[in-house]
Design a protein around this ligand. Structure first.
Ligand code: ADP
Ligand code: MG
Length: 245
């Protein structure tokens, strides 16, 4: 659809060749509408991470097309793809991937420095305030809790004002209370700033913060729920996990 921040059309991703070929994604067509929060769920090995990596331009599909903000990625050189990713995509992972020697504000400023920009202090402080960490700007990661570290990683992903923020199990390493804080923050970004968020999760409660949950099984889309409760999401997951391989 026209208001999709990202579109995948017939995307397949095969790893390896011959006898060893593994189809991680099989003809997936899916759009992520701007200003919405999508959760991606499915059993282990169902292709969730591959889907995210292809949608974010971190991995190239074997066939099919990915379009980000109207630009089809297939035709781009590695350099152009890197630039487009830097401008339009934010990514957070289960492991926060902060640089331990840098303070929170230095970690947050890093993407701008890598883009050759001298970050304005106000800009860094503003995004740290958005994740509720104004008081921790000078702290190194070791002095922050897991939830605080993930919020620094979120601020770092947001400093470039990405069209889409991706999270691959962003609450997977957090206890449930801290995880909920991060989810509430993601939800607020969608509601307040019309940020587009796409998140892989194992947790039906985490997925219930999303507007829509899409399910994968064996690399294929296998159902979708909108505005679903955690029990409804858990019930759908049970049907996928019981399915024969
Ligand atoms: P999920 O995130 O849902 O656990 P993945 O996207 O990581 O699933 O993996 C989907 C399938 O692709 C799995 O069978 C996995 O073993 C395989 N796969 C993923 N990455 C690679 C790779 N680099 N080389 C070979 N196989 C891979
Ligand atoms: Mg994964």
């Amino acid at each position: 659809m026209e208001n999709d921040a990202i579109q995948l059309r017939d995307v397949s991703r095969v790893h390896g060749t011959g006898d060893r070929a593994v189809t991680a994604l099989d003809q997936v067509s899916l759009g992520f509408p701007q200003g919405t929060f999508t959760a991606v769920m499915g059993p282990s090995g169902s292709g969730k991470s591959t889907l995210l990596q292809c949608a974010a331009g971190l991995d190239r599909p074997t066939s099919g097309t990915v379009t980000i903000g109207g630009t089809e990625l297939g035709g781009l050189s590695e350099t152009r793809l890197t630039l487009l990713r830097r401008d339009r995509i934010g990514f957070v992972f289960q492991a926060f991937n902060l640089l331990p020697a840098l303070t929170a504000e230095q970690n947050v400023a890093l993407p701008l420095r890598l883009a050759g920009r001298r970050p304005a202090k106000a800009e860094v402080r503003e995004v740290l305030a958005r994740v509720g960490l104004s008081e921790r700007a000078r702290h190194r990661p070791a002095r922050l809790s897991g939830g605080q570290q993930q919020r620094v990683a979120l601020a770092r992903a947001l400093i470039t004002r990405p069209d889409v923020l991706f999270g691959d199990e962003p609450t997977g390493a957090l206890d449930s209370r801290t995880g909920r804080e991060v989810l509430t923050l993601l939800r607020a970004m969608v509601d307040t700033d019309r940020q587009t968020v796409v998140m892989v999760t194992h947790d039906p409660v985490a997925a219930s913060y999303a507007d829509r949950v899409v399910f994968l099984a064996d690399g294929r889309l296998n159902g979708e729920l909108s505005g679903a409760s955690a029990p409804d999401i858990a019930a759908h997951m049970t049907t996928l996990e019981a399915a024969p391989c």
